[in-house]
Design a protein around this ligand. Structure first.
Ligand SMILES: [Zn+2]
Length: 315
């Protein structure tokens, strides 16, 4: 291969990585994964975010063909569907999505294709935010997330009755694991002094998390990343950090870190680490912390990562 071609390919690969890191929808041009239905007899399930893809994977295992439209590092608020997403949605036997306007550019498409909305499992008083702008980040609370499992089990069983006991068994196991994780998270946060439990991040993705695990949550941007913070918001946040003597603030894996970095510089706080807010890590990426190992591409690993990073940085 001529050097010029190798250099061009290397540049393209780097651009893909940068694009994915920034969570931009232009990611499409670099994606080579096949999103269409296989010829085998399994049902074809299409999901949106990494959290939902992981839940279906943990419940269904290899009994379904599963395609997740949004990968690690992808911001679902800004994600614009690519042509092969439309093909996948039209071929799917089942579609699961978060709802509550998380998938901003896709909501009407997902609805019209008969997608199943995780937000529908929450009662009105459980949903944070305003009625016109509900807060979609429901996975922040492992107990609420566990309550979405029966919906997936029910829908899979209806479309694929021969495997219904498989879905039920694994769904029950997952509920147990998520409830244990909820308790683990609470006791881990107990080690943190109460006045240190202030969580500052790029966008307002941690309200459910904050309520579940006892943090006051302050974010630079609102519950969507569509609108960027202005100078007044930045100044206000710097003042808040100084006044409350907050040690560390956090960047997010699916949001550009620049604004939080400049706020850290102006306020004297350190960057406590990178949290997974709207997308999880790469499946198979194992992290070691607090004497255990976990996979950052699973819901359990994502929550443990976030809790461990926050507790270590704020203690
Ligand atoms: Zn978000």
């Amino acid at each position: 291969m001529p050097d010029s071609v190798i250099r061009a390919l290397a540049t393209l690969s780097l651009m893909c990585k940068i694009t994915v890191l920034l969570g931009l929808a232009a990611f499409s041009s670099c994606s080579s994964d096949d999103r269409s239905r296989d010829a085998d007899a399994r049902i074809f399930v299409v999901t949106t975010t990494t959290m939902i893809t992981d839940m279906v994977k943990q419940i269904a295992g290899d009994k379904v063909q599963l395609t997740g439209l949004m990968g690690p590092g992808v911001d679902p608020h800004l994600y614009e569907p690519i042509p092969s997403d439309g093909i996948a949605l039209s071929e799917a036997d089942l579609i699961f999505y978060n709802g509550l306007f998380l998938e901003g550019q896709m909501t009407s498409n997902l609805k019209s294709q008969g997608g199943i909305d995780f937000g529908s499992t929450l009662s009105e008083d459980q949903i944070k935010g305003q009625k016109s702008h509900p807060d979609p980040h429901i996975w922040g609370n492992a107990e609420i997330w566990a309550n979405c499992v029966p919906l997936v089990v029910k829908e899979l069983s209806e479309v694929d009755p021969p495997n219904s006991s498989h879905y039920k068994e694994r769904g029950d196991q997952l509920i147990k694991e998520l409830r244990d994780l909820h308790q683990w998270s609470r006791s881990r946060v107990d080690s943190l002094p109460e006045d240190s439990r202030i969580l500052i991040t790029s966008h307002d993705a941690f309200e459910y998390f904050g309520e579940a695990y006892g943090f006051e949550v302050v974010a630079l941007q609102g519950i969507s990343t569509v609108t960027e913070a202005g100078i007044a918001e930045r100044v206000k946040l710097v003042d808040f950090i100084k006044k409350n003597r907050i040690k560390s603030i956090f960047v997010e894996s699916s949001v550009s870190p620049e604004a939080i970095k400049s706020i850290a510089e102006d306020s004297g706080a350190t960057i406590g680490g990178e949290l997974f807010s709207d997308a999880m890590g790469e499946p198979g990426d194992i992290e070691k912390s607090n004497d255990e190992e976990y996979d950052l591409g699973t819901y359990q690993g994502m929550l443990k990562h976030n809790i461990n990073i926050i507790v270590e940085a704020l203690k």
